[in-house]
Design a protein around this ligand. Structure first.
Ligand code: ASP
Length: 344
């Protein structure tokens, strides 16, 4: 039996062409993309495709499009062995995180890839990324089951857990990384999977959560943030959740006005998650007084979660219409392998 793979083309540089007038790159259609990768036929897979009606630069990604994308996987889940999503790099880590929360208990691969150079360019990284993504989507382990059973990003030399990944470079071919989780695979002459890093639990049951609630925002700490700006942001109408990007191990100013503003917001019912601005490492508010004071406000520790995962996890939990305490409980522990808890 040939592996059956569904490619979903959303847009991104991989399928873009240069506008002759403005010389800027703009999204183009899927047939153009496939014409440039005739080698795909050599894989001998059964490949179907769907594309966004209007392919996008991924800077235009939004929760409605995530629902459309997740639904196109959920609706076709039984028909295919694996899924390859072609996507722009700019918001790829957000999409990978959102899909991880929307498509829980996956036992099949959802591999997201794209490229830094358009597929039509001579030195494109798109051809190799697409072909490797297809091979990973078709890969089976010794037990005969799909090797990858989660949402992952394939880019150049590495396969990353989607919900742990971040775009780290606007220029390099190795554009993604996950600083707090091992690579799922290293791509060289072959594809070397790290079987221990992959989520291949036996007890999974696929469940699709279509709803996302975008009533969330982010506040980034910086020396000089004033009380009035902070209070203004925390009082933004319609907001239910905030990702607070703090310093180091989850620290913030020790000033009374700061602690009071965060405490007042939590008391009012806002849910605030503490995520570090550092690329690597975890929130551990027991380490410094500056963290300990903040932890007394009612803020929830995001441990070593990425910003992308924290913001989409909140959208997912609010979308499930859970109570405030249920949302907090679920934020405190990993749902889909998005964080490691190392501190109590
Ligand atoms: N702006 C492009 C996008 O995200 C960048 C890329 O694909 O690399 O769609």
């Amino acid at each position: 039996m040939k592996p059956r793979i569904l490619i979903i083309y959303t847009g991104g540089t991989i399928g873009m062409i240069e506008d002759p007038d403005s010389r800027t790159l703009r999204p183009f259609d899927f047939s153009h993309l496939m014409e440039n990768v005739p080698k795909v036929k050599m894989l001998n897979y059964e490949i179907d495709n769907i594309q966004f009606e209007q392919p996008i630069d991924s800077s235009d990604m939004n929760p409605q499009l995530w629902e459309l994308l997740a639904r196109s996987i959920a609706d076709n889940y039984d028909k295919y062995d694996g899924f390859v999503v072609l996507h722009g790099t700019d918001t790829m880590a957000y999409t990978a995180s959102a899909l991880s929360f929307m498509l829980q208990g996956l036992t099949k691969p959802v591999i997201i890839t794209g490229s830094q150079l358009p597929i039509g360019e001579v030195r494109t990284d798109g051809e190799e990324n697409l072909i490797t993504a297809l091979q990973i989507a078709a890969a089976k382990a010794d037990d005969g089951l799909p090797m990858v059973q989660e949402v992952a990003i394939l880019f150049e030399n590495y396969l990353w857990r989607g919900v742990r990944s971040t775009k780290r470079s606007a220029d390099h071919f190795n554009a993604f990384r996950s600083s707090n989780y091992p690579k799922l695979a290293k791509i060289g002459l072959g594809i070397a999977f790290d079987i221990d890093a992959l989520d291949r639990r036996k007890t999974k049951k696929f469940k699709f959560y279509p709803e996302l609630d975008p009533s969330v925002m982010c506040i980034d700490l910086f020396p000089g943030l004033t009380e009035s700006t902070l209070r203004h942001l925390l009082n933004t109408p319609g907001i239910k959740g905030v990702v607070l990007r703090t310093y180091g191990a989850g620290n913030g100013p020790t000033a009374k006005w700061f602690i009071d503003a965060i405490s007042d917001a939590c008391r009012r019912g806002l849910i605030i998650v503490n995520v570090t601005q550092c690329l690597n490492g975890s929130v551990n508010t027991k380490r410094y007084l500056a963290g300990d004071l903040l932890s007394g406000t009612g803020i929830v520790s995001g441990n070593d979660i990425t910003f992308e995962a924290a913001i989409t996890k909140m959208m997912h939990l609010f979308g499930r219409k859970l109570t405030r305490s249920e949302v907090i409980k679920k934020l405190e522990k990993p749902l889909v392998g998005e964080m490691t808890i190392t501190h109590s």
